[in-house]
Design a binder for this molecule. Sequence first.
Ligand SMILES: [Zn+2]
Length: 308
Amino acid sequence: MGLLFGSFLNVVIARVPAGESIVHPRSRCPRCAHQLAWYENIPVLSWVALRARCSSCGLPISWRYPLIELLTALLFLACQRRFGWTPELVAALVLVLLLVPLSFIDLEHWILPSELTWPGIAAGVVLSWPMGMGRVRDSIIGAVAGFLVFWGMEWLGEKIFKKEALGAGDKDLLALIGAFLTWKPLLAIIFLSSLQGAVVGVAMLLIHGRAGPAPAPEPAAVTPPATAPGAETPQAGEPGPAQVAEEQAHTREDAEEGEEEEDDWEPGPTNIPFGPWLSLAALEVMLLGPWLRGVLPEPLDLLLTGIR
Ligand SMILES: [Zn+2]
């Protein structure tokens, strides 16, 4: 089940940021539009059998596809081992199905789409129902607390440091985590995510000169036709390079005017996408919480109070 759902998450990761339907059309090669046959769409096995290339045009297929399928399968297995066949297992599996795509979308595009986070918050509250009304109450408190804690931190950050410290979607993600795991482990999750994000971020900064991944390139702009030597004067009727560049500048302006909601913020070298770190900490606390409480030294295990 984890492999099959992981295969579906690959579709979510590729299509939700582009605003495309996750149901239609069927999976295709992004270069040659070759529609995948059923035997080319088997989790992990097809990728290995095809030797990571499109059977039609030979375009390499990213290792991210089998990785996400395997990761989802392992997390499903871990959830079953942790919760057994209980209502908590259903909630845990749905949380995995939200955190995996949100993390990979944030790593690539530096956004946490509200198409995933907002329905996710509702799902977290609804799936608490079978665990009793006390859990529903804690879930709602968790969603509100998660949102307010980051909202407050953002407000403080703007007052003190005069700069935006958290992305807008991080508030929604912590609210989602609070809805699924209740308010009780939120402090531990904020602590663990900041600590791990800072350690890895500083290491990456020292090694690669960037704490986070490089921002995804702009959607492929039409490159001006390369002028061959001896053919510098464009033929009549064809646009010259300067003209093409000018047209591109216009389309770029139009595009920017069309998307007023999106700011032109670019991740700097010291920025990290926080979504994957919040997700990792939430999964660690959910799956390893009781074990962590046992191994952490005295003052730190207080952070995990309330985790069964
Ligand atoms: Zn192809």
